[in-house]
Design a binder for this molecule. Sequence first.
Ligand code: SF4
Length: 93
Amino acid sequence: MSGTTDPRKRGLTVEIDPARCIANAKCTVAAPGIYVLDEETGVAVLEHEDEATLEQLFAGARACPTQAITIHQLGRRVFPQILTPMFGEKDEA
Ligand code: SF4
């Protein structure tokens, strides 16, 4: 397997939710050849994930207006980021 050995990609998984994809091809423009529109289904799919750089994977995910692309690393969601609520939190010092 020829792939990038970028250690930052360790444990990284990219998922595209076909139900959220509106096929506007933004991700395919942001990372051509990595995100591509499937000819049969019309929705975005990931290709050459092993060769993709971290930047390409995130660029495609950021370009998606419906947040159909989520990225996890070692089981934690890293994109889109989950925001910490601004309320209801107490410092228990
Ligand atoms: S940017 Fe999002 S909605 Fe557009 S084709 Fe890619 S995954 Fe689908």
